[in-house]
Design a protein around this ligand. Structure first.
Ligand code: 7PM
Length: 284
């Protein structure tokens, strides 16, 4: 299995680490401190030095209840950091759901569009379909960030998330995107209870039937806080354990803040013979 992106065809023979770069003044994991663009550029360099395989740049916090950022402002934050990130030799993903931001990022050379709304926003599917080869991550969410935690009434969370992602793959294919450009994400924490998030982890192998790489993000999320009793700044151990568990359960890509720790943990996992060989997930 591979993931086609603008500049890179990613072989998924080992788990890849996607490093999170928040270019937002209200980023939840840095205590609300302003992240200057110069810091965003330095952070990209640091994550690549730590072993990030992919950088994921976000210019709008998707925190529940967070103010919506106008596309112009989001792009103003992203543009200088994206321009720099594109020189670092790894694929660069843009975490956005706004078609205008997608278009501008792709015009500048972004490799991947990571959309928490799975290209449901009017114009988003067309924006990525107009590009010949960018990668796309389609994530499941219920509702919008402001109300998503009020909508956790699933009959079977795994079945419903899987059906949703299957439908979004079909929509992307119908719009002309090649299947090899798509990765899928169950959207940990987006409209799910703590129990539902862990059920998605326990039964994560159910997503293999979709035939596309699975990208999963547990890093510093509140379900880890609920389990461990830890505030967001003390969730490193839980985050690393969750990333390893996700890989063990078949994830090809883990989205993390703490790249160095995750890369170390995956090296040990690999040396212990616990990382599945290439192709081992082809069926099930
Ligand atoms: C506040 C709350 C700020 C939540 C940021 C977040 C994912 C994502 C995010 C994910 C994919 C975070 C989230 N989470 N994209 N974007 N998968 N594909 O914790 O799980 O980083 S934003």
């Amino acid at each position: 299995m591979h993931w086609q992106t603008t500049r890179f065809r990613l072989e998924l023979s080992r788990p890849l680490v996607m490093g999170i770069v928040n270019v937002t003044p209200d980023s939840f994991s840095d205590g609300g401190q302003h992240v200057a663009q110069a810091d965003g550029r330095a952070h990209c360099e640091r994550l690549v030095a730590e072993g990030a395989d992919i950088l994921d740049l976000g210019g709008e916090s998707t925190r529940p209840g967070a103010p919506l950022v106008p596309a112009d402002e989001e792009w103003r934050r992203l543009q200088p950091v994206l321009a720099h990130a594109l020189t670092l030799g790894v694929p660069v993903s843009i975490d956005t759901w706004k078609p205008e931001v997608m278009q501008r990022a792709l015009a500048l050379g972004a490799d991947i569009i990571n959309d928490v709304h799975a290209l449901e926003t009017p114009g988003a599917l067309d924006a990525v379909a107009a590009h010949p080869s960018c990668g796309v991550c389609l994530m499941h969410m219920r509702g919008v960030p402001a109300d998503m935690q009020a909508r956790t009434d699933y009959r079977d969370v795994v079945d419903e998330v899987r059906d949703y992602l299957r439908g979004r793959v079909a929509a992307a294919l119908a719009a002309g995107l090649a299947g090899e450009r798509l990765a899928l994400d169950p959207g940990i924490g987006f409209g799910k209870t703590v129990e539902q998030n862990f059920e998605l982890l326990q039964r994560q192998r159910a997503f293999q039937s979709l035939g596309r790489p699975l990208l999963v993000g547990w890093s510093r999320k509140s379900s880890l806080g609920a389990l461990t009793g830890r505030p967001v700044g003390e969730r490193l151990a839980g985050s690393v354990a969750a990333a390893l568990a996700a890989v063990q359960q078949g994830a090809q890509i883990v989205r993390v803040h703490d790249v160095a720790a995750t890369v170390d943990a995956l090296k040990v996992w690999q040396a212990a013979g616990l990382v599945r060989p290439a192709g081992a997930l082809a069926d099930s």
